[in-house]
Design a protein around this ligand. Structure first.
Ligand code: D5M
Ligand code: FE
Ligand code: ZN
Length: 487
């Protein structure tokens, strides 16, 4: 088997698919099996009902379309932007009754359960209310939502897993399992492999998270196209780093930069801002003392004034953060027009909600401000506020942007849980923590884009040390991330 064919074949198996003989033959004959499979996996991600066996007919349409082998056009004229908004929640009004929350968690549970069950080794998994009736040791796989977690000094641990009807108790022993249990977050959906002797409780042997399938990364754009990621400008705050942000804007325009950098600047087509555009008003006690502009409308006017300096050939995508004029509850709608009007009037700006999924030049971006990191980072043993990208990777494994319910992140119980990570993105972009960081997990880039705000008094008192003025940018032709320092 050729290298590319082998990689393609393994990628399918690892994602839980089997190949029909016809499909295998077709893969063997095609020029680049790896990119064909990669295109197929991307397409399958968006399907609710995924096939078990990949047939020839799944692959054929992807070949006849021809983009995989088509030669690049010999043109030097500027290409049109290619941007498609997949989702950018409008944030519907919801009362939040017990009934609403029940329906919300049922949707979360059912969809993550189906995700787990799409793996070949988990098709026979049960849920707490469908445990087998047994009276001797029997192997079981149980999918449930974690409703409680207790870790004991002697190294043992107990989890309670529930579905809409029943709860079961799962016990853990041994160092390896202890480490896995410490990674379990409340309200996430997991599968436990183990044994039961009564159909009511389980001795665990392993834990499996929904996770993302391993991906083959193939360059998505033929030419160098740069996407700049930033967030947490906090315009209106006395601690907004005006000068450094102005240098950044100058750089975007290709001014005052050396030749190699100017070349990059000329290839920037997109700028994504993952929330906290302004500092807002009344976001935390005594915030006023740190505000330079105390009027929210004026803060957005100032923000639009800065962003109007971004050249028109760069599309700007903006989602709200917890300091912006939007609902603080997730999912949050786009920044309200009443306050954000000056931003809406910029013609190269696209305003979206949190979370949002956009496809840029064939690359799927998942955007969120990252408010839930306040809950997730303290809950996970190997995560910290200095490396927010690590917690972002854990969210990918949980396939959820805000698994923990009832802490600092408030959730709107909409009928469909839009915080489930689906489709699997190529780039996962968040901010909020004010520290930049980049990680790659199973072919997905997780990027936290830092801030333009110096340390606030609150952050000082909490020992939070921001890392401002650094901007990551991604070249969509090779997925290389460059960081630029404007300090
Ligand atoms: O959040 C910037 C960082 O500071 C983020 O890690 C949360 C933390 N922060 C800031 N203010 C608070 C309060 N009042 N409680 C808890 N954590 C906080 P930002 O959204 O920019 O304020
Ligand atoms: Fe912020
Ligand atoms: Zn924030």
């Amino acid at each position: 088997m050729g290298e590319s064919l082998k990689a393609a074949y393994n990628a399918l198996l690892n994602s839980g698919y089997q190949l029909s003989p016809g499909a295998f033959q077709l893969l063997k004959e095609t020029q680049n099996p790896e990119s064909l499979v990669s295109a197929l996996l991307r397409q399958l991600e968006s399907l609710e009902k995924k096939p078990v066996i990949i047939e020839r007919s799944h692959l054929e349409p992807l070949i006849s379309k021809g983009p995989l082998t088509a030669p690049s056009p010999p043109t030097r004229a500027p290409q049109p932007h290619s941007i498609q908004v997949i989702s950018g929640s409008e944030g519907q009004y919801i009362e939040g009754t017990i009934h609403d929350f029940r329906r919300y968690f049922m949707d979360r549970f059912n969809r993550l359960k189906e995700m787990l069950k799409s793996r070949a080794d988990m098709r026979d998994a049960v849920t707490p209310s469908s445990m087998p009736e047994v009276n001797r040791h029997t192997k079981v796989k149980v999918i449930g939502m974690v409703s409680s977690k207790k870790e004991f000094k002697n190294g043992g641990a107990v989890l309670e897993l529930e579905d809409d009807v029943d709860t079961i108790r799962v016990s853990f022993r041994g160092d390896e399992l202890k480490k896995k249990v410490s990674r379990v977050m409340l309200d996430e959906v997991i599968c436990v492999f183990g044994t039961t002797s009564n159909g009511k409780s389980v001795f665990a042997e392993d834990i499996v998270w929904p996770d993302v399938p391993p991906k083959i990364r193939s360059p998505r754009s033929k030419n160098d196209v740069y996407v700049v990621l930033t967030s947490d400008l906090h315009i209106g705050s006395k601690l907004f780093m005006r000068q450094q942000f102005e240098s950044f804007l100058k750089w975007l325009r290709g001014e005052d930069v050396g030749a190699p950098q100017r070349e990059i600047a000329g290839k920037i087509r997109y700028l994504i801002i993952a929330g906290d555009v302004v500092d807002g008003v009344g976001v935390y006690p005594n915030q006023e003392d740190e505000l330079l502009i105390k009027d929210l409308n004026k803060q957005y006017e100032e923000a639009a004034h800065y962003l109007s300096m971004v050249p028109d050939h760069i599309k700007i995508i903006i989602i709200p953060g917890n300091h912006d004029a939007s609902r603080p509850t997730l999912p949050s709608p786009p920044i309200y027009r009443d306050f954000g009007a000056p931003l809406y009037s910029l013609k190269n700006v696209i305003m979206l909600g949190d979370p949002a999924v956009v496809n840029i030049e064939g690359v799927t971006f998942l955007l969120t401000h990252g408010k839930s990191l306040d809950d997730v980072i303290p809950a996970l043993p190997d995560c910290n506020f200095k490396e927010p990208q690590k917690a972002m990777v854990e969210l990918l494994k949980s396939r959820h942007l805000a698994p923990i319910y009832g802490e600092k992140t408030s959730l709107a119980p909409e009928p469909r849980d839009s915080l489930i990570i689906d489709p699997v993105p190529d780039v996962f972009h968040a901010g909020h923590v004010h520290v930049w960081g980049i990680s790659e997990y199973r072919g997905i880039l997780a990027v936290n884009s830092g801030t333009w705000q110096k340390q606030t008094n609150y952050q000082l008192s909490m020992g939070i040390e921001p890392a401002p003025g650094v901007v990551p940018l991604i070249n969509l032709a090779n997925f290389k991330v460059t960081t630029l320092n404007f300090l």
